[in-house]
Ligand binder design. Structure first.
Ligand code: NAI
Length: 469
């Protein structure tokens, strides 16, 4: 199979954008075109002042170095498909909202329409790479669609190459991935296609970190990795509830547990709950898959990871209400952070949305500050979380602040919902002076120095620490 010289990526989102920008940077001999249906997203990728549509540390530098050289962003999807030897399908696969499997199964509508587009417009053979996270055997469906709709003499080889980057550290993860996983049919053609993709990654990834496996193993490995990561968070969060009830300290417990080399220290941080576009969606997908395979015990096991996450968010908002003398009606609650984690502007499934919704349902006034999330995004997330509350009413109850200090002014309580570093470094004495007394801090991210804040005068509650209960 000849070496790949032209790559197209369908989907210019959190995965397609950074992943293919890094491929372009590391492979100057390959022309990479990232396409999307969304004109404003493409315009932002092409913007003269590099106001990119997503915030990710290091991304702007990558785009500055490669854009216009061998990296292009376009809405001309058909032309880019026709030109390419290899096409990444990196479109969204959200949880289905209606129909069979609603609330659990992945909505594969976007994958299917991108696949149909490839079949319709391709005039030469292509390697089609599933980059989106999909249920097992989606590659098979893609193959059937491609073969049934393609022009003569077009051959399609399908690969699975799930993406393991984490938002907030995407560029570093892409520069130095723990592994690159490539799944293919174990036929001579499938293995040749897999080798062509290996050659692309081998431009910067050591070959021993590029794993070649069967198609279905590759698809399942992505769901499995996310399920096991989320399971660690839910496990540590379940323990945080026991810590609060007993007086133990979750940091100390996690530290001690993580010293076991079989467990390891990473991803054992208690929090107000996991968020992001992937963990919940991918576990629900695994639950659905298990049910479809008539494995109800397996489905129930994984479902519990999501149930625990919901419990942790509710438990935290209830702690706020209980601590503020069982009512927050008419009180001002300052929520620091709205993104689902630090170093991203992404709010999908952010625990902050659930917290703010709970506070609003308790008739509190809420002020919100996040250094990266657009105000329009906050309004849209809150409107979706509270569909029965008209936007003008929401706007009377919610204030979006332009700084952490402004956010906390005249508040009774500060709730830390995202672990942005700047929240550790704000002038907490000034925050204290501006607040109503007693002034409460609820740290949902184990972020602040609780002792220091107590010495200023705050009443501090930290998730997973029993001493305040
Ligand atoms: P996203 O929603 O940010 O981006 C998807 C893009 O695809 C959108 O801009 C949309 O307009 C475009 N699109 C949809 N259908 C299209 C079509 N037919 N033609 C052209 N463009 C089309 O989604 P994101 O976060 O990039 O995720 C993509 C996939 O990667 C999902 O399957 C997700 O589960 C997976 N993933 C996401 C990670 C993350 O951290 N966000 C990490 C690893 C995997």
């Amino acid at each position: 199979m000849p070496a790949v010289t032209k790559v197209c990526c369908i989907g210019a989102g959190y995965v397609g954008g950074p992943t293919c920008a890094v491929i372009a940077l590391k492979c100057p001999h390959i022309k990479v075109t990232i396409v999307d249906l969304n004109q404003s997203r493409i315009d932002a990728w092409n913007s003269a002042d590099y106001k990119l549509p997503i915030y990710e540390p290091g991304l702007e530098d990558v785009v500055r170095r490669a854009r216009g050289r061998n990296l292009f962003f376009s809405t001309d999807i058909d032309r880019s498909i026709q030109e390419a030897d290899l096409i990444f399908v990196s479109v969204n696969t959200p949880t289905k909202k209606s129909g069979v499997g609603a609330g659990f199964a992945a909505d594969l509508n976007y994958v299917e329409s991108a696949t149909r587009r490839i079949a319709k417009v391709a005039t030469s053979s292509k390697i089609v790479v599933e980059k989106s996270t999909v249920p097992c055997r989606t590659a098979q469906s893609m193959r059937i669609i491609l073969e049934a709709n393609s022009s003569p003499n077009c051959r399609f080889d399908i690969l699975s190459n799930p993406e393991f980057l984490a938002e907030g550290t995407a560029i570093n993860d892409l520069f130095k991935p723990d592994r690159v996983l490539i799944g293919s049919l174990q036929t001579p053609e499938g293995i040749a296609a897999s080798n062509a993709l290996v050659e692309i990654y081998a431009n910067w990834v050591p070959k021993e970190r590029i794993l070649s496996v069967g198609l279905w193993s590759s698809e399942l490995s992505k769901l499995a990795a996310n399920a096991m990561l989320a399971q660690r968070i839910s496990s540590v969060n379940a323990l945080s509830a026991i810590c609060e009830a007993t007086g133990a300290n979750i940091d100390e417990v996690a530290h001690a547990v993580g010293y076991d080399s079989r467990i390891g220290p990473n991803f054992l941080r208690a929090s107000v709950g996991f968020g992001g576009s992937c963990f919940q969606k991918d576990i629900l997908n695994l639950v659905y898959l298990s049910e479809s395979l008539h494995l109800p015990e397996v489905a129930e096991y994984w479902k519990q990871v999501v149930t625990m996450n919901e419990y942790q968010k509710r438990r935290f908002s209830k702690t706020v209400v209980d601590t503020l003398f069982n009512t927050i009606t008419g009180k001002r609650i300052a929520v620091l952070g709205f993104a689902f984690k630090a170093d991203t502007g992404d709010t999908r499934e952010s625990p902050a949305i659930t917290l703010v919704r709970d506070f609003l349902l308790e008739k509190a006034h809420v002020s919100i500050y996040d250094p990266q999330v657009e105000h329009t995004q906050i309004w849209s997330d809150l409107s979706e979380a509270l569909p029965l509350v008209p936007l003008p009413n929401l706007q009377k109850q919610v204030h979006i602040a332009s700084s952490a200090l402004d956010c906390c002014k005249n508040a009774e309580a500060v709730v830390i919902a995202t672990e942005w570093r700047e929240f550790r470094e704000i002038d907490w004495e000034a925050v204290y002076r501006g607040m109503n007394k007693p002034a409460f801090v609820f740290d949902g991210r184990l972020l602040v120095d609780a002792q220091k804040l107590r010495s200023i005068g705050f009443k501090v509650t930290v998730i997973g620490r029993g001493e305040q209960l």
